[in-house]
Design a protein. Structure first.
Length: 273
């Protein structure tokens, strides 16, 4: 998408980011930018570092080297208090929603407003009902999470995530486990809410087809590095072997079908002997 002058500086910027769990290196020099009003997808195979990237941007992890900036601030240099202040300006939709099971729909959405603001109860009530109305579930305010379908629960979680009007939304597999109708509804809500808030959204997902119709830009991660990137149209027409394998769900390619193993012939020779 075209970026105007007021949107020329990225809201999120990763520069040469490396990260490891002990001796196991997960990310190896990642560069990535996200601008306001953009919805950006991060894709790649399981275990390639996508969710680790999301946690670095959300401040849950700190990079081993390189720089992670959000709204011009280096997260690695922020104090604990300043980091918490920054994270209050972010919303997070966890995989499968992660609603509080002993709270009603209303109380789930009200939770961040009660925790992080001193707004009067009447105003909190009005804001909660507005957020629930935005996701089509104002009439479900008194229900418990156990009474919701998977798609409804995901929408309640989305209403909770945007309760504080965040500048940045982070989504970890927002479409996992949803039926086609709920998936389409959730995708449309992510796009509409991002545009209404003037925010930026970063989405880790495996759902290629929905994402190509929803996002503005896509990064592909493999073996801890960005191996491809582009707009949905560039991705659709890409000749990159990794991108083609991922988008078209091909069984073999740069990501091999067979796990590394000795040649089968050597094993058979041993049996024959």
């Amino acid at each position: 998408m075209d970026l105007d002058a007021s949107n020329s500086h990225p809201l999120v910027s990763l520069d040469g980011v490396r990260f490891a769990y002990g001796e196991r290196e997960i990310l190896r020099g990642v560069d990535l930018t996200v601008h306001r009003s953009q919805v950006v997808a991060i894709m790649g195979g399981s275990g390639c570092g996508k969710t680790t990237l999301l946690r670095l941007i959300g401040g849950q992890l700190r990079a081993g080297s390189g720089k992670v900036e959000v709204d011009g601030q280096d997260l690695g240099r922020l104090s604990t208090r300043a980091l918490y202040e920054m994270r209050r300006r972010m919303g997070m939709l966890f995989q499968f929603g992660a609603l509080f099971t002993d709270m009603s729909v209303f109380d789930n959405v009200a939770f961040p407003l009660r925790e992080h603001t001193r707004l009067p109860l009447e105003l909190i009530r009005d804001l909660v009902l507005m957020k629930l109305h935005a996701v089509g579930l104002r009439g479900a305010q008194s229900l418990m999470p156990s009474e919701l379908s998977g798609g409804m629960a995901r929408r309640v979680a989305l209403a909770r995530a945007v309760a504080l009007d965040p500048m940045l939304m982070l989504y970890d597999e927002p479409f996992a486990g949803l039926d086609p109708i709920s998936l389409g509804v959730t995708g449309q809500l992510i796009r509409r809410l991002n545009d209404a808030l003037g925010a930026a959204s970063i989405m880790v997902t495996h759902d290629v087809m929905v994402s190509l119709d929803l996002v503005d830009y896509i990064y592909f991660v493999s073996n801890g590095v960005i191996v491809a990137q582009g707009t949905p149209e560039e991705i659709r027409t890409s000749n990159d072997l990794f991108v083609r394998q991922f988008v078209h769900a091909e069984a073999d390619g740069p990501v091999p079908f067979h796990y590394p193993a000795p040649p089968l012939e050597s094993l058979l020779d041993g049996v024959a002997a």
